[in-house]
Design a protein around this ligand. Structure first.
Ligand code: SAH
Length: 241
């Protein structure tokens, strides 16, 4: 895989990996939507596409709409062999998750806040987008594996909880399904790599856990992302299992 795009939502999540890759800022690429950084690793081209900062609210553009726009621009202009949705996420103690764990997507990526009780649209709402098989990579690199589930809320309500238990997801974020959706539509292999900042079933508020663990999780993510790049670079899509 000679061209790898990494789509990320928050600059604090991306900062250690940008440093580790000695990535350089690219100019002139859809500046209202994304901030692009590029690097070369073992003769492969790496794109880090940050989903930008909201023009009005001034915060990082987290959530599905910026992630989908960013992924579209990345695929259209960079033509990657694979797209990685990298970032932080919530996990569950009951699913064996711990703060600082790094998960790679397994099985599929789903939405847990799109309930559409209409023939055919129920499945469309859930998505169940395909992911690149990565169990061998996970076993070698010490990554956990699980279904990633996405919504536009940091918390979860009772309806979300029902959909999450139906999918059996182990990882909860706000972008992966949007990135995976665009990848499926554009026939580009997809993988999510997520470092756990908070445990959804822990009594401490998610936002407090997130803030306490963000910088540690971003470092863990960066370490594992570099190992994942080094795994992917010499391989073809069909070498993954
Ligand atoms: N208050 C924070 C906002 C972070 S939102 C701040 O401004 O610094 C959380 C981000 O981390 C999203 O991009 C999401 O993908 C991920 N995330 C981490 N924990 C999550 C959880 N429990 N549920 C959903 N997304 C989570």
């Amino acid at each position: 895989m000679k061209r790898i795009a990494v789509v990320m939502a928050m600059s604090a999540e991306a900062s250690p990996v940008l440093t580790a890759l000695s990535a350089e800022a690219a100019t002139g690429v859809a500046p209202l939507v994304v901030r692009w950084f590029t690097a070369t690793r073992h003769r492969s081209e790496i794109l880090i596409a940050l989903n930008g900062r909201d023009r009005r609210f001034g915060v990082d553009s987290i959530g599905t709409e910026p992630a989908a726009l960013s992924t579209y621009v990345a695929i259209d202009r960079f033509r990657p062999d694979v797209v990685i949705s990298a970032g932080t996420a919530g996990g569950w103690e009951r699913a064996g998750g711990a703060i600082g764990d790094v998960y790679v997507s397994d099985g599929c990526v789903v939405h847990h806040d799109r309930r559409i009780a209409l023939e055919g649209f129920r499945e469309y709402g859930i998505g169940a987008y395909p992911v690149l098989p990565a169990r061998q990579m996970a076993a070698t690199l010490g990554l956990k594996t699980g279904i990633v589930t996405t919504s536009n809320s940091l918390d979860e309500n009772d309806d979300d909880r029902l959909m999450i238990s139906a999918s059996g997801a182990a990882v909860k974020d706000m972008e992966a399904a949007a990135v995976a959706y665009v990848c499926e539509q554009m026939s580009v292999p997809f993988m999510a790599l997520k470092a756990i900042t908070d445990l959804v079933d822990h009594p401490t508020a998610t936002a407090d856990q997130f803030n306490a663990n963000l910088s540690m999780a971003a470092k863990r993510l960066s370490e594992k992302l570099l190992e994942v790049l080094d795994w992917l670079i010499p391989r073809e899509r069909g070498d993954m299992s």
